[in-house]
Design a protein around this ligand. Structure first.
Ligand code: FAD
Length: 364
């Protein structure tokens, strides 16, 4: 069996890895350079930012992925020589008393440890935060350095025999008798037994070539990185929907905005000021260090953030794995496995109905 995957972000590359591991011959067609869009731009938190509020289908994929991430990171480091810096730092949340109750109930339901810290314990956990108060710690939450994850993943899949072709934008999908015959790029036609669209925020454009109206749209997110020092921050810290993430080398990321601005990926002075204000307010040490970089990426937004993972309703050999919105890095491993299970006719790791295109689009 051979498969063509359209899109070389975290979802396309993890899907390629899963299929390759099952002996499939895989080609990834990437519009520009692999792993340089949303998957590069993200923060790398391996959890939804308000995990107790997301719908169950998201929790299911996140939980599965969280279990495999330590091994995945180790395997990728071994095969590629690039350390993706999987870091089990835990996530500290500053929340209201009502939210604290909801988080505790969610923790009990999912068998996850939730530590409620009084103000003194919160100071011990994060001595440098400006305003201290009660906090909740989710010790199981890790983060990963996503640009390194993508570099490691790319090398890993290429070493395993996956063909990754950069600068190959897919412009046309040739369909006859309910099956894709080929996808077309400026460099020529590519034929396979089966095709997967994993084109992130651009997946809707590809879906529309097949007559499908997929509710995936770009949602811009801006981020900053500060040139901090190791030890300034111990955990991911989440406050009012914004967050700081400590990298191993002392850099600290601040994120992120949520903006509906079409495919415009530019950064804005307002977005930068908002993030800098948040970061300076939460961790005053950051006031004395420079902002190394300010960037934006386009999340593949979808209704409720539930991804589309499954077969096209009318085209037998065409699958979608897209629409991961704010949680593609954490849901990626499970989404890739589920897609491979469906395409290969294996028992799926989770019940697939909630991610079926019919469920997401409401069409038959
Ligand atoms: C600021 C920000 C912060 C984030 N933080 C987190 C986080 O902390 N944790 C988390 O889990 N998630 C986070 N995310 C979300 C996460 O990054 C995305 O859900 C995930 O990267 C989506 O992966 P993808 O492979 O579907 O999309 P992408 O990485 O965008 O990849 C899609 C690829 O398809 C290619 N493509 C598009 N059209 C075509 C075509 N016609 N032909 C060929 N190739 C094509 C694109 O060039 C691109 O490389 C964040 C996102 C942003 C922007």
């Amino acid at each position: 069996m051979d498969v063509v995957i359209v899109g070389g972000g975290v979802i396309g590359l993890l899907t390629a890895r899963e299929l390759r591991a099952a002996g499939v011959s895989v080609t990834v067609l990437e519009r520009q350079s692999p792993g340089r869009e949303s998957s590069w731009a993200g923060g790398g938190i391996l959890s939804p930012i308000n995990p107790w509020q997301v719908p169950e289908p998201i929790t299911r994929l996140c939980s599965w992925s969280q279990r495999v991430y330590p091994d995945l990171a180790r395997q990728l480091q071994e095969s590629s020589g690039i350390d993706p810096e999987w870091q089990p730092s835990g996530m500290l949340l500053r929340v209201s008393p009502q939210d604290r109750q909801a988080i505790e109930a969610w923790g009990v339901k999912h068998g996850l440890k939730v530590q409620c810290l009084d103000a003194a314990a919160a100071v011990v956990a994060e001595p440098n935060l400006w305003e201290q108060g009660e906090a909740v710690l989710l010790p199981h939450v890790a983060h990963i350095r996503n640009p390194r994850l993508l570099a490691a993943l790319l090398r890993d899949v290429e070493l395993s025999g996956v063909k990754v072709l950069a600068q190959h934008p897919v412009r046309y999908i040739d369909i006859a008798d309910g099956r894709v015959r080929a996808v077309e790029t400026e460099q020529g036609r590519f034929r396979a037994d089966c095709y997967v669209v994993a084109a992130g925020a651009w997946s809707e454009q590809l879906a529309s070539l097949t007559g499908l109206n997929l509710p995936v749209q770009p949602v811009r997110g801006q981020m900053l990185v500060f040139d901090g020092e190791p030890g300034w921050l111990n955990h991911i810290v989440l406050d009012q929907g914004q967050y700081l993430i400590p990298r191993r080398d002392g850099r600290i990321l601040a994120g992120s905005t949520v903006e509906y601005a079409g495919f415009d990926k530019s950064t804005t002075a307002d977005g930068g000021a908002q993030l800098a204000g948040f970061a300076h307010g939460l961790l005053p040490l950051l006031r004395k260090c420079s902002i190394e970089r300010h960037w934006a990426g386009l999340r593949p937004g979808s209704p409720q953030g539930i991804p589309c993972i499954g077969r096209h309703p009318a085209v037998g050999n065409l699958y979608f794995n897209c629409g991961h919105f704010r949680n593609g890095l954490v849901m990626g491993p499970a989404s890739a496995r589920l897609l491979a299970d469906l395409a290969l006719g294996r028992p799926p790791i989770v019940a697939p109905q909630d991610y079926a295109i019919q469920a997401v689009t409401g069409c038959d």
